[in-house]
Design a protein around this ligand. Structure first.
Ligand code: PHE
Length: 343
């Protein structure tokens, strides 16, 4: 027992004298004292030589010694780790930072913004209105009285609580709201989401986005309409693109037309996108019907106006050769990430 005590004292002093300052010295300490063949284990083996009545006391002594060795080791180990961490943490502030991931605009928003900026340069201002409309603004005021067959041209979502409410089928409803304010001349574009009860496919969706335009003043003519739209097309698609007008029918315009542009893909030669015609339709337009002006208390003898309406999805599809309309509303990042550059 005496011997054991002095042996422990001696080891303790030896250990305290050891100052491990790096990982190698620390490992040597561990092997010497705490390893499977280390001194702590060996001295533990002395227990068997201790007289039975002293075993308890000896056990305590040896246990304390073991804890002493382990704590000493842990202390040195922490000290060494700290120095290493400090070294690793040394920061090189001259290195370039990690780039922050940046989101991009949705292609529909990009084209929407571009269309608006083109018309703003021509003096048009932006007007917006509600997506839930009443029958008057969406249909009746636009020369589409109840039971007018042309109401079938746009499959409408009605709101079941109130038969007078519907999801607007075009932003022409905003034009009515603006005309009703009675401030003339009026030069506005109305961008926004519209809804039609169509089966969803590559070419049709139950909602899409429009920009409609309206100009009302004295002596506005079809020539003004043509020139405005021609400017728009050149700014949007480039100055090589040609336009043509075909007679058409809309209840709210007379005369009415649809405008085509020469196919961007084949340049008018004929391809699958333009169905071999060399032309693609991009919008509807016409001179505002006198009934529409009168419905909004505008003197149709004094004032004339033109209106046009286009789908943003369609313009975007033509610009970027997107073949499926559904891609715009699926939020698939693999698709959206391709539209990073500003147009
Ligand atoms: N409102 C029409 C539509 O949504 C487009 C249009 C607007 C046509 C103005 C002519 C004049 O189909």
């Amino acid at each position: 027992m005496e011997q054991l005590l002095s042996q422990i004292q001696q080891y303790k002093q030896e250990m305290l004298a050891t100052k491990a300052t790096n990982k190698d010295e620390l490992e040597a300490f561990r092997i010497k004292y705490l390893g499977t063949k280390g001194l702590v284990k060996t001295i533990m083996g002395e227990m068997k030589n201790v007289a039975p009545e002293k075993k308890k006391e000896a056990g305590q002594l040896l246990n304390e010694f073991k804890i002493f060795a382990e704590e000493l080791y842990a202390g040195m180990s922490a000290a060494i780790d700290n120095t290493t961490t400090v070294q690793v943490q040394t920061i090189d502030s001259s290195l370039p930072g990690d780039p922050l991931p940046l989101g991009g605009r949705h292609p529909i928003s990009m084209v929407h913004n571009k269309i608006i900026s083109i018309f703003q340069r021509l003096g048009f201002s932006v007007a917006e209105g509600p997506e839930i409309e009443d029958d008057w603004h969406n249909f009746t005021a636009l020369n589409l009285p109840e039971n007018h067959p042309a109401r079938d041209m746009q499959d409408t979502f009605y709101i079941s609580q109130n038969p007078d409410w519907l999801l607007r089928t075009h932003t022409s409803s905003v034009q009515i709201r603006e005309m009703e304010k009675g401030v003339l001349p009026l030069r506005i574009i109305c961008p926004g989401r519209v809804y039609r009860n169509e089966t969803i496919s590559a070419r049709a969706h139950c909602f899409f986005h429009q920009v409609e335009g309206l100009y009302i003043a004295e002596n506005v003519s079809f020539a003004d309409l043509k020139q405005t739209l021609y400017f728009f097309v050149q700014e949007m698609f480039g100055d090589k693109v040609k336009i043509r007008f075909r007679p058409s029918y809309f209840p709210f315009t007379e005369p009415s037309a649809e405008m085509d542009i020469s196919c961007l893909i084949c340049g008018g030669e004929g391809c699958s996108v333009c169905k071999r015609t060399g032309w693609v339709e991009i919008l509807g337009c016409g001179m505002v019907h006198p009934n529409v002006l009168e419905n909004c208390n505008i003197d149709s003898k004094k004032y004339t106006g033109f209106a046009f309406g286009m789908g943003i999805e369609r313009i975007t599809m033509l610009l970027y050769q997107v073949k499926d309309l559904r891609l715009f509303s699926e939020n698939d990042l693999r698709f959206l990430k391709q539209f990073t550059s500003a147009i």
